[in-house]
Design a protein. Structure first.
Length: 318
C-alpha cells in the first residue's frame, strides 16, 4: 500500500492553516507550479522548512497515477478531511488521468465512482469538458449510493451543466443532509424557476449548512426579486445561525425591502458587527440607520465600507 511522503503532523498543519487562513491550502500547496510563498512561510512556524516542503510536494506531484488513486481511495474510506492525493489528481489534467477517472466512474464500488467524479470536477473535467458531462449525465440515470449522489450534485455545478436544476430537483427531499447540502450548493447561481423553487424549499431545511447555501443562493447569487424570494429571506433573518441571518439580511437589503430594517438594526447593535451588516446598510441606504453607523466609527473593521454606508444613508437623508 502506497504512503504519503509526509506524516500526520504535516497533514494536520496544512488542514489547520486551511481552516484558519488559507481556505484552499492543499490547492495552494499542490495545485500550482510552485507552492504559495505565504503558505510556505506559515508552515515554517509548525517546524517545516521551506526547502523540505518543496521536496515532499514535488515527490507527491510526481508519484504514479496508481499510487495517487490508491491514496485518494484510502482517504475516502477513512473519511479524511482533505485528500492531498485527490488534489494532485484534480490538477493533473492529462488524457491518462481522464481515462482512469472514466473507469472509476463506472466501477462497481461506490467510493471509486465518487473518486472518479471528484477528479473530473476540477482541471481534468475542464479540459475534457463535454466528455465529462456525458459521464455525469449517464451516471445520474442509475446512481443510488449516497456518497456518489453527493459527488454528482457537486460535479453538475463545477462542470457548469446547463439546466441542472431539472436534474437535481428530485434530490431536494433526499433523507441524507450531505446530498441536500450539495444540491443547495449546485443550485446557487441558477436563475430558473425550478432552481429558485428548490432553494426556497431548502432554505427551510433542518440542517444549518443546507439552509446556509440556500439562503446564499437566494440572497446573493440570483438577481431575481420576487415576493417568494423576499419572503424566504425574511423568514431567516431570525435564524439561529448568524451567517444565515446576515446573508438573509443582506439579500433583503439589496432588494430594498424595508421589512429588514428591524433585524438590520439589531445586527448593527451587535458587540461584533460584521461587514455583511454594514454592507446591507449601504445597500438599503435608509436614514434611520445613520446613528447606528456613526456609533461604529471608532471600532470599524473596514473603515472604507463604513464610510460608504454612512454616505449612502446620509445622501438619502439630505
Amino acid at each position: 500500500m502506497p504512503s504519503y511522503p509526509f506524516d500526520r503532523h504535516f497533514i494536520d498543519a496544512v488542514n489547520k492553516l486551511s481552516a484558519e487562513k488559507w481556505k484552499f491550502g492543499w490547492d495552494y500547496l499542490l495545485g500550482k507550479d510552485e507552492p504559495l510563498p505565504g503558505l510556505l512561510s506559515d508552515l515554517e512556524v509548525y517546524g517545516f522548512a521551506q526547502d523540505k516542503v518543496r521536496e515532499i510536494v514535488k515527490g507527491l506531484k510526481n508519484d504514479s497515477l496508481d499510487n495517487l488513486i490508491q491514496l485518494a481511495l484510502s482517504d475516502s474510506h477513512n473519511n479524511s478531511e482533505n485528500s492531498p492525493a485527490l488534489t494532485v489528481l484534480q490538477h493533473r489534467a492529462t488524457k491518462e488521468v481522464f481515462e482512469r477517472s472514466k473507469i472509476l466512474c463506472f466501477s462497481s464500488e461506490a467510493h471509486e465512482r465518487a473518486l472518479g467524479l471528484q477528479i473530473l470536477m476540477r482541471d481534468t473535467g475542464q479540459i475534457f469538458h463535454s466528455e465529462s458531462i456525458e459521464i455525469v449525465l449517464a451516471m445520474l440515470e442509475t446512481e443510488i449510493e449516497t456518497i456518489v449522489l453527493e459527488s454528482l450534485a457537486y460535479a453538475l455545478c463545477h462542470l457548469r451543466v446547463q439546466n441542472r436544476s431539472l436534474l437535481l430537483i428530485r434530490l431536494i427531499t433526499h433523507l441524507d443532509p450531505t446530498i441536500r447540502e450539495a444540491v443547495a450548493f449546485s443550485l446557487a447561481g441558477q436563475n430558473d424557476a425550478t432552481a429558485v423553487k428548490g432553494l426556497i424549499a431548502l432554505s427551510k431545511d433542518s440542517i444549518a449548512k443546507v439552509r446556509s447555501w440556500a439562503i446564499y443562493g437566494l440572497g446573493a447569487m440570483t438577481t431575481k426579486n420576487t415576493r417568494s424570494i423576499r419572503d424566504a429571506l425574511l423568514a431567516r433573518v431570525t435564524d439561529g445561525d448568524e451567517e444565515i441571518r446576515l446573508e438573509a439580511i443582506n439579500g433583503l437589503a439589496a432588494r430594498h425591502d424595508k421589512r429588514v430594517l428591524m433585524a438590520l438594526k439589531d445586527a448593527l447593535k451587535s458587540d461584533d458587527v460584521k461587514s455583511l451588516s454594514v454592507d446591507a446598510a449601504k445597500e438599503i441606504a435608509d436614514p434611520a440607520l445613520l446613528p447606528l453607523l456613526l456609533s461604529l466609527k471608532a471600532k470599524a473593521h473596514n473603515q472604507k465600507l463604513l464610510d460608504d454606508a454612512i454616505r449612502a444613508c446620509s445622501f438619502r437623508n439630505s
